[in-house]
Design a protein around this ligand. Sequence first.
Ligand SMILES: NC(=O)c1ccc[n+]([C@@H]2O[C@H](COP(=O)([O-])OP(=O)(O)OC[C@H]3O[C@@H](n4cnc5c(N)ncnc54)[C@H](O)[C@@H]3O)[C@@H](O)[C@H]2O)c1
Length: 444
Amino acid sequence: MKNITVVGVGYVGIITGTCFADLGNNVCGLDSSEEKIASLKAGVMPIYQQGLKELADRNVKAGRLSFTTSYEEAINGHQAEFVFICVGTPEGVDGEADLKYVRAAAQSIAEVMDHPLVIINKSTVPVGTGDWVADIVREAQPELIPFSVVSCPEFLREGSAISDFMNPDRTILGSRDPEAAEKVAQLHLPLRAPIVVTNLRTAEMIKYASNAFLATKISFINEIANICEALDADVQEVAAGMGLDGRIGSAMLNAGIGYGGSCFPKDVKALAYMANVKGSHPQLLQAVMDINEFQRKTVVLKTRAILGEDLTGRTVGLLGLAFKAGTDDMREAPSVDIAQMLQAAGATVKGYDPVAMEWAARVIPNIQLADDAYDLVAGCDAVIVCTEWNEFKQLNLERAKELMKQPVIVDGRNIYDPGAMKKAGLIYRGVGRGHDGGASQTTP
Ligand SMILES: NC(=O)c1ccc[n+]([C@@H]2O[C@H](COP(=O)([O-])OP(=O)(O)OC[C@H]3O[C@@H](n4cnc5c(N)ncnc54)[C@H](O)[C@@H]3O)[C@@H](O)[C@H]2O)c1
């Protein structure tokens, strides 16, 4: 049992804190947001993540998980040995990662700490940030108290965050202090994953390189999907055939409307920025970003190809709004850009999402929110699938067709079978499923 403090209880922090508590540690979650901490104290989770509330409630009840806004209480009162920094690192000017929250957290820790600490960067931070954090702490300490900085990047995915945290593929640790790295390694032993210990800068780079590679896989299959449409091939089957090759693997080969969320977009940009600053030319990263931006446009182009360029007087429904299924996160969600493009072409935009409606209403101006999937399709000239929620996969197609003004489905996530869509009398366009949406290939 170790005393752990987690600074920043957003997506990564609340999962990190709750899971470490569940492993038997004593965890204090700290956030600068009074509102977030008040909600947590009242048992209301700040994010949607399946299984999180039950896990947090259990650990709060067992006395292993508590929350505060006070650094004094979280670090000294809690007698923390380990402090995880899990604050946001959003996109800043020109794609550079904005480190203002990391700086503030490091300063606040340094100002109050009255005993030695291992400070662990879990936030995704540019290469060199570990040393920079150490400088900040050293300068902000009223008196010299020993501390070490360890980089421990997080690889969890929203939607499966708890199981990803508990069953990671690997733990990456980087530090100038082998003893501190060893202590953090011990903390991760119950997760029974390979532990890679390296230097600070390399650990930070592993996180960016991993995210950039995954984003590249997505843009790659999307480019192949676009070529499939031109050549009348089916990208779903192409991906399945490719994925069986052990050197390629089947993960991240789902063609669609591109990546979004709080990580891939900003991390690819931040890596390209770091490369550019050092005079390197990240041409592949640039292509990955360009393809991703274009991919969001493709569903709008397909919709306009069917309904006409001018969408004035047309209603288009967005089925799913969150950037992916299993989360309420609307950061960099493709649906936001898609709604904007449709509105710019004159359309009225409706939207429905099982969990992201509140957030969506804040970031998509003038969107008309529907009560469920059927309410969404009602009166629509076209429906665009933006998020692959399970509850959309077995939609009653006959009922949907009856409710729609025009039976047009543009499936940005390839959740439907083109043959079944055609059979139900719907005009269907998937992503990369042949030049007519794939219907001709799968229908007898
Ligand atoms: N979201 C993911 O799926 C994911 C996965 C892996 C890595 N990451 C990385 O983890 C980091 C955190 O991401 P997130 O999605 O959890 O962010 P988030 O915005 O959801 O949470 C950050 C939290 O930090 C708090 N905060 C900001 N400044 C603070 C301060 N000075 N003191 C205390 N609290 C402060 C905010 O109030 C917020 O609650 C980022 O660097 C991100 O790139 C995120």
